[in-house]
Design a protein around this ligand. Structure first.
Ligand SMILES: [Zn+2]
Length: 150
């Protein structure tokens, strides 16, 4: 990942900030985590992979709010905070999650339509419409358990 260095103007601390792909632009200044002074952006460093074994240069990760020693350390910090690094997300994660949600919404709509039709058929009698729209066999099968999740 590309890194940008920030040098504190009040103490010798240097912050290495990972440039995340989704961040639009790198801030010109950062607050020094050591002395709360102003750290000024230096020059961008060219990609250094945090995946490789033996990367020994620690850096301050603003997203994690901590100095990260190496890949393994970053993974531990992420786990503690319940986060998943962006580059560790399975490909198509968001597409798959979106497709699953669309499916749930469609199923909800289908059940709603079924109930509305049954209600109309039985002239607004809910006692007759509910078992027709939501048969016990279907409800007990577990097939519609997860469609109300979001
Ligand atoms: Zn400082």
């Amino acid at each position: 990942m590309p890194l940008v260095d920030y040098e504190c103007t009040e103490c010798p601390h240097v912050i290495e900030d990972v440039v995340y792909l989704q961040r639009e632009e790198q801030a010109a200044h950062l607050e020094c985590p050591v002395c709360d002074g102003v750290a000024v952006k230096k020059f961008p460093l060219i990609a250094r992979t945090s995946h490789s074994w033996g990367d020994t240069n620690s850096y301050y990760d603003r997203g994690l709010g901590a100095v990260v020693e190496n890949r393994q350390h970053r993974d531990r910090l992420c786990k503690q905070k319940g986060l998943v690094p962006l580059d560790d997300m399975p490909s198509h994660h968001w597409e798959d999650a979106t497709a699953a949600k669309v499916k749930r919404v469609e199923k909800r709509q289908e059940l709603t339509d079924r109930y509305t039709a049954a209600l109309k058929k039985h002239n607004g009698d809910k006692i007759k419409a509910i078992p027709e729209a939501l048969p016990a066999r279907e409800c007990l099968s577990g097939a519609i358990n997860d469609i109300w999740e979001d």
